[in-house]
Ligand binder design. Structure first.
Ligand code: FAD
Length: 476
């Protein structure tokens, strides 16, 4: 009897245990993707991620079609839809890879029970993480509370070798109708704001692999130091591909280890990259354990924090008009390309939650809507880490100075010039603090502060004092 593989955040053929299992023994296979925005607890995707999903599904459909495997698209609550499609094709086996979110896990349990009740075999695997949630523990059997302890414990566990794409994949000539992808309206029409995304990205498994190859050739050697520099090209930009599972962390780990073993990159750079993959593990295991990390302060002493509401300042932050060039460059990079460099994500998140004293959830929601890699685990965990309410969070007195950060990590102002072109003609020494330039320099650079580029929305020293006072009284 045929097999149905239910694909979710694993939109790839290679290293996909559920797909391999479905293909096992030469059964005819059909694939299913369910756009589920209705089930309780499911957080609908933001705008940029919806755009990515459309491209990713199109690429997946073409890759599966080469093997004659149909991709059936359906919209609706997964608990109902998966059973319906399984019975339409008469599936003897339904295979899927587990997801870490609590609401998703609940749906998956329900689907599995229902299918088993209909005498269908259910195969569940893991593919999104290096280790299943709950498997990285202290000697007392719980998830370690600091990243370094988590990382140490995880390194003691084996990571299996990645699987290839199924060697024999037979498509089911099912004739089961698929919904039309265009009817889901994942991509903007009018206004079409996705031009910057299209220019910057190609979703899909092939593009993910090409990006990995580029990174291994051009980014990995020097990654450990270069990864903090938004003006250099050392980071992999694999995050949206990982988010939608077009490539697996296991494939990345194997590729990076291989590159270091071959001498293509120093071991220290490979180790640093691996450590970032473990930060990803840490936040996903946390999501699986805590559940609603996008809503709830992990440290509940933050529940009484005196967050400010200041819609005008929020708007200035969102649009990259705070008057601090590094902050503005980051937020404009996000708006234009759907992605922001990690160092700058930390600076803009610190600026919102500390300089402007606005609830980290406001910033998390903005990132959720605008990032192509908007991730239910990484986004809230990192926001809480920066704001101070997270597990193993940054110390409360760590308030990034956006000028010093710019001078250190974008020393020639290349990054700022790329995204804040109205400052391009300022000399390097002033590019991160235009308000200190004298009238003649500003005029020569064609800048009228407060007109062509904003004055700082807050004074750094005063904002820092205000934040320290509020944080000191909150942190336990
Ligand atoms: P690389 O440096 O090449 O790292 C490789 C991979 O490691 C990344 O693709 C990512 O999967 C993982 N990784 C790297 N840094 C982190 C980290 N700090 N936490 C968890 N995983 C990490 N990452 C997301 O994938 N989605 C998000 O929604 C997201 N929101 C963030 C919000 C804030 C406020 C901050 C400070 C960070 C956030 N990050 C998020 C983490 C990080 O900024 C991105 O993963 C990284 O910038 C992606 O670029 P890259 O693939 O080139 O990274």
């Amino acid at each position: 009897s045929p097999a149905l593989v239910w694909l979710r955040d694993d939109l790839r053929l290679a290293d996909n245990p559920a797909l391999s299992r479905a293909a096992d023994g030469g059964r005819p296979v059909a694939a299913l993707y369910v756009l589920d925005e209705d089930s309780p607890g499911i957080r609908p995707l933001g705008g940029a991620a919806r755009w990515w999903l459309a491209g990713s599904l199109r690429a997946l459909r073409a890759d599966l079609a080469r093997h004659g495997v149909p991709l059936i698209l359906r919209r609706g609550p997964a608990a109902r839809v998966v059973g319906e499609v399984a019975s339409q094709i008469g599936a003897g086996l339904v295979a899927f890879n587990d997801r870490p979110g609590a609401a998703e896990a609940k749906i998956d349990r329900k689907v599995a029970e229902q299918l088993k009740g209909e005498e269908r075999e259910v195969a569940r695997d893991g593919a999104h993480l290096l280790h299943p949630p709950g498997s990285v523990t202290t000697s007392a059997g719980r998830m370690p509370r600091t990243f370094s302890a988590f990382h140490r414990a995880a390194l003691k566990l084996q990571v299996g070798a990645p699987l290839g794409a199924p060697r024999r994949l037979t498509g089911l000539a099912s004739g089961v109708a698929s919904e039309d992808l265009d009817s889901w309206e994942l991509e903007p029409r009018r206004p079409d704001w996705a031009g910057g995304l299209r220019a910057a990205w190609t979703p899909g498994e092939h593009a993910a692999r090409a990006r990995l190859e580029d990174f291994l050739e051009q980014g990995l050697a020097g990654y450990a130091n270069g990864r903090d520099r938004p003006d250099l090209g050392h980071v992999s930009r694999l995050s949206p591909h990982l988010r939608f599972g077009e490539i697996s962390p296991r494939q990345l780990l194997a590729a990076v280890r291989h590159a270091a073993a071959e001498g293509a990159a120093p071991q220290a750079d490979a180790d640093k990259f691996e450590a970032e993959l473990y930060w990803r593990e840490f936040s996903h295991h946390l999501l699986a354990e805590v559940g609603d990390i996008a809503r709830r302060n992990i440290q509940d002493s933050f529940d009484l924090f005196p967050w400010r509401e200041a819609p005008g300042e929020l708007k200035a932050w969102q649009r990259g008009r705070t008057g601090y060039p590094l902050v503005d460059a980051g937020l404009r990079q996000l708006w234009q390309t759907g992605w922001m460099h990690n160092r700058v994500r930390m600076v803009v998140a610190s600026f919102l939650s500390k300089h402007l004293l606005m609830d980290w959830r406001t910033g998390e929601a903005w990132f959720w809507d605008t990032l192509v890699d908007a991730d239910p685990a990484n986004n809230p965990t990192n926001w809480q880490w920066v704001a101070g309410s997270g597990l193993d969070a940054a110390p409360y007195f760590r308030i990034f100075n956006p000028v010093a950060q710019g001078e250190k990590f974008d020393p020639a102002g290349t990054y700022v010039r790329a995204f804040v072109p109205e400052l391009a003609k300022l000399p390097d020494t002033l590019i991160h603090k235009p308000w200190t330039a004298d009238a003649g320099t500003l005029a020569a650079a064609g800048i009228r502060l407060g007109v062509t580029y904003p004055k700082p929305v807050v004074d750094h020293a005063a904002a820092r004092e205000r934040a320290l006072l509020a944080l000191k009284s909150t942190i336990k």
